[in-house]
Each structure stands twice: as C-alpha cells, then as structure tokens.
Design a binder for this molecule. Structure first.
Ligand code: PEP
Ligand code: MN
Length: 258
C-alpha cells in the first residue's frame, strides 16, 4: 500500500525530517489583525524560529466564535519575512494558499476530509497533516497516503494529542505514536504540544519530551498578549518561554543524535 513520501521536506531552503536540525513553527492561534501578526512575528524572528504559524480560516467548535480573517489573513501572512504555515479548510481555498503560504496545514478536524486530501495530492506545496483527535495511527497514515497517492510527496505528519477519558490536559499527547510513526513511516513528524496541553504551563515539558521521543520539530502557539486574544488564550506561551524551549530542545536533540 505504501507510497513513499520524501523523508526530508525542503521549504525555502529549510529541511524538515530525518537527519536534519529541529524546526520550530510558532505564532498565534489565529491572525487577528495585521498589527498583532507583525508584532508577534518580529519577536519570533531573533529566536531561531523557521516558520510563522497563524490561522486565517479557523474551524471553531462554536459557530458563534470568531471564524478567522479568511483571505485577508492570508494576505497578512504573505507579507511577513518568515516562511509561513496556515490551515486550509476547503478545496476552493487552494489557489490562494498556493500563492500566500509556504506550508499548508490540514487540521485535526479535516484529517478525514478525503476530497480535500486528494486535491492537496495534486499540488506540490508541502502539506502538514495533523492527526484527528479520534483517529488511530493507521487512519492517520492512510490519510497521508491520500495526499501521497496523488503525487505530492511533501507530506509532514503532526501529532497534536488525542481525546481520552482524562480532561486535565485538553487532549492526551500520544508519545507512543511519535516513536511508532518515526519507526514505521519515513515521513517527517512535527509535534504540537499546545493543542495537546490546552494550558500554557504544560507546553514546555510536553515539547521537550516530544523531542526526546523523536519529533523532527515543534508547532507551538505563541502570543505576547494572550489576554487580548479571541482564540486559545490559555495555551499560548510567551516569546521568552519559547526561547527557553528552543534552547533546551536543541540540546536534547544533540544528546539523542549521539
Ligand atoms: C491549530 O493549529 O490552530 C488547530 C486548530 O489545531 P488542531 O487542528 O490540531 O485542533
Ligand atoms: Mn489554536
């Protein structure tokens, strides 16, 4: 069944995956304004972050929550210095994503949107595929196959926590999945400790443990003013906290490489 994707995905000269340095993708949950995106972006620039993240199309649990700036948000991302990653929610958005962002994210809620996955298989822009929070590893790897089968070999997997009976963390970060997928698949694997944690104070330890378990990089929500943010304010860490994670994660990576 297996269609091999690239073990190393290269985006604007940055290599992600096997044998490469860790990559850090960081930024706010949602692009809320040009001022907010620029302000956070400029604080991330000196930290060694490779990609700026920020949602423009937000699949919110409640239809009454802010749904994102949409195409306006993509325009804001396009003007930033750092390469970017943002979440796609529908096939008709593909042309705008192709010209605005560097990595297209498929969120947990769209992991089984097979028509979207097939359409993303026909382009060659890298796709970061999050694991659905109720999906098995097998279902997740099959979802990746939908993209690979279409010819797009630039697929990056992302573990972001699954739903279990416990509710102290927002989701349960599946560490066995990190090791399993690194062993059974050649695809690059990023871990998102922010959505798994749901609480800022849990993010650092989950992030560092994910690197020890074999993650090729981390996708982390960062906001210097989470108190004014309309989405996921409880799990955002500060740029300073991210700085500490980056320093320690790189040291852990060095140790496990030996
Ligand atoms: C996100 O990264 O902003 C997001 C919505 O994540 P997930 O799809 O993992 O819930
Ligand atoms: Mn979020």
């Amino acid at each position: 069944m297996e269609n091999k994707g690239n073990s190393v995905v290269e985006v604007k000269g940055i290599k992600i995956g096997k044998g490469q340095p860790l990559v850090f993708l960081a930024g706010p949950c949602t692009i809320e304004s040009k001022e907010q995106a620029n302000r956070i972006h400029d604080q991330l620039l000196p930290l060694g972050v490779q990609f700026f993240r920020g949602g423009a199309f937000k699949p919110r649990t409640s239809p009454y929550s802010f749904q994102g700036l949409g195409y306006e948000g993509l325009k804001i991302l396009k003007e930033l210095k750092l390469p970017t990653i943002s979440e796609i929610t529908a096939i008709e958005q593909i042309p705008a994503f192709l010209e605005s962002v560097d990595i297209i994210q498929v969120g947990a809620r769209n992991m089984t949107n097979y028509e979207l996955l097939k359409a993303l298989g026909k382009i060659d822009k890298p796709v970061l595929l999050k694991r659905g929070f109720s999906s098995t590893i097998e279902e997740w790897l099959c979802a990746a196959e939908y993209i690979l089968l279409g010819g797009n070999k630039n697929v990056i997997l992302c573990e972001r926590g699954i739903r279990t009976f416990d509710d102290k963390a927002r989701f349960t970060l599946d560490f066995a999945a990190i090791t399993y997928v690194k062993r059974m698949s050649n695809l690059p694997l990023i871990v998102d400790p922010s959505h798994a944690a749901g609480k800022a104070f849990l993010v650092k330890d989950l992030a560092l443990a994910a690197v020890a378990a074999g993650a090729d990089g981390l996708l982390i929500e960062v906001n210097d003013q989470p108190q004014f943010s309309v989405s996921d304010p409880e799990q955002a860490i500060t740029p300073n906290e991210l700085k500490e994670i980056i320093e320690k994660a790189n040291k852990i990576k060095e140790v496990i490489n030996k």
